[in-house]
Design a protein around this ligand. Structure first.
Ligand code: SDX
Length: 428
């Protein structure tokens, strides 16, 4: 075991250095406060690991992403979303029997309780679908009580996981139908995951949904690419909330809320709004790049930059290629793709972006593909949540499987007032 030494105030503390299976190294500081009465401070956890994990590996410098050791490129090329979800949660790709049981569970749990449907009557049609999603997911704990447990039990976990993965799709589609004043469409038992979602989204009594294998594949690829990303903001939220022994639904609800932020999962909606504004106002690419570099300007190049990737986000690379391929095949033209590519080309030549290693991230091209599929812009982050759900569930399970189980409770450095006393109102 390698060691690291910290010397301070005449004391030296030796700390073990953990080496991961891909050679990553971390100093275990778990005894630091006890031995040296010191804590570390790392705003934004830029250098701090919260756990060990065997789910997802990212090499930010090389632009590598693997789920349970399998490269994202191979999963996007060959996998289905349900088998990737199984891989993340249970550690291996399912065999035929496991896949069949998992698919059955997804089918059996695809409808939402009729009493939950009444929730939609309470939401205004303009309600943001992320607000609806978080509300409905948290409410699942009061409707699906037959296999609901606060703590982690393997058999109930399997059903709660399948219930969430299947129903999140139904809730999302219903929120769209509610927003356009159309009747909800019930899921079909003979449709696969992505197809069933698109059916619930776009079928209507007057316009039957016409399945398109290419579009359904495009959605599956989007969901696979979003399925997990190790300890990002929202997944860390799921782990932290779950560490208090809050139930799975409550923990996922918290993760959905964290994902909503425009610096995180909400960026895909911001990217399209940014590209749309450039297109509508015919803004110059050079001016946009200059504004993105100007600290005083409000303009930020959404879809660019990443805490971990200091090279091209492999997901963005796959999405960019897929957009070009499928747009050619369908003779589909979206001016926003050309603008995105021009922005990327200009940024990647600019020293400000080069010095800071800012590259397109998963959100830069995903919205352009969602647009082609027909997903409304305000649902893009909901799509991110649907894709990311298996990863959140897998990380929640891994946290519960970890020994010892510790509630997450960071420390702080206090910088407020020193001791002072209460002063009565008439003396202030
Ligand atoms: C996701 O963590 C994950 O894995 C997330 C995710 C996942 O799958 O879960 O990958 C999904 O959230 C992708 C990121 C989506 N967000 C955006 O596209 C929003 C735009 N990007 C930035 O806000 C930013 O890059 C972050 C939030 C993504 C990362 O922030 P960091 O790591 O805290 O970096 P930073 O803000 O400290 O930036 C470092 C420098 C700064 O300049 P200086 O102070 O050094 O002069 O880079 C600049 C920043 O101003 N910078 C940008 C920029 N991103 C960073 N400048 C212009 N445009 C940008 N997009």
């Amino acid at each position: 075991m390698e060691k690291a030494k910290l010397t301070y105030n005449g004391m030296t503390h030796e700390m073990p250095v953990l080496v991961g299976t891909e050679g990553e190294k971390g100093i275990d500081i778990s005894k630091l406060r006890q031995v040296m009465n010191l804590i570390t401070l790392d705003v934004g956890y830029q250098n701090t690991g919260s756990c060990t994990s065997s789910i997802t590996f990212i090499d930010g410098d090389l632009g590598i992403l693997r789920y349970r050791g399998i490269p994202i490129e191979e999963l996007a090329e060959n996998g289905s979303f349900s088998e990737v979800a199984y891989l993340l949660i249970y550690g291996n790709l399912p065999n035929k029997a496991e896949q069949q049981l998992f698919s059955q569970r997804l089918t059996q749990n695809s409808m939402i309780h009729e009493e939950m449907m009444r929730f939609f009557d309470g939401f205004p049609p303009t309600a943001h679908p992320m607000a609806i999603l978080a509300t409905m997911v948290n409410s699942m704990s009061v409707y699906y009580t037959d296999y609901f447990t606060e703590d982690f039990q393997a058999d109930t976990f399997d059903l709660m996981a399948a219930s969430l993965i299947s129903r999140i799709r139904t809730i999302a589609a219903y929120s769209y139908k509610h927003s356009i004043g159309h009747p909800h469409v019930y899921p079909k038992r003979d449709l696969k995951y992505a197809s069933n979602f698109l059916y619930m989204m776009f079928d209507s009594p007057v316009n039957p949904y016409v399945p398109d294998p290419d579009i359904e594949r495009a959605l599956s690829i989007l969901l696979i690419l979003h399925a997990d990303h190790e300890q990002n903001c929202s997944t860390s939220t799921v782990r932290l909330v779950g560490s208090s022994m809050a139930n799975l639904y409550a923990s996922i609800c918290a993760g959905i809320c964290a994902l909503w932020g425009p610096l995180h999962g909400g960026a895909n909606q911001k990217v399209i709004e940014m590209l749309d504004e450039i297109n509508k106002k015919n803004l110059s690419i050079k001016n946009c790049i200059d504004s993105a570099k100007d600290k005083n300007s409000k303009f930020r190049l959404f879809g660019f930059g990443h805490r971990v990737y200091k090279n091209y986000d492999p997901r963005a690379k796959i999405l960019k290629q897929y957009c070009e391929t499928i747009f050619k095949k369908y003779y589909y033209d979206d001016p926003l793709l050309a603008i995105a590519m021009e922005l990327e080309e200009a940024a990647l030549k600019d020293s400000f972006f080069i010095e800071r290693k800012l590259y397109p991230n998963v959100d830069f091209y995903s919205g352009i593909l969602y647009r082609m599929i027909g997903i409304p812009t305000n649902m893009f982050t909901v799509m991110f949540a649907i894709g990311r759900l298996p990863g959140m569930i897998a990380q929640w399970k891994e946290m519960h499987d970890s020994v010892p189980h510790k509630i997450g409770r960071p420390r702080q450095i206090y910088t407020g007032s020193n001791l002072r006393h209460y002063v009565p109102l008439d003396e202030r």
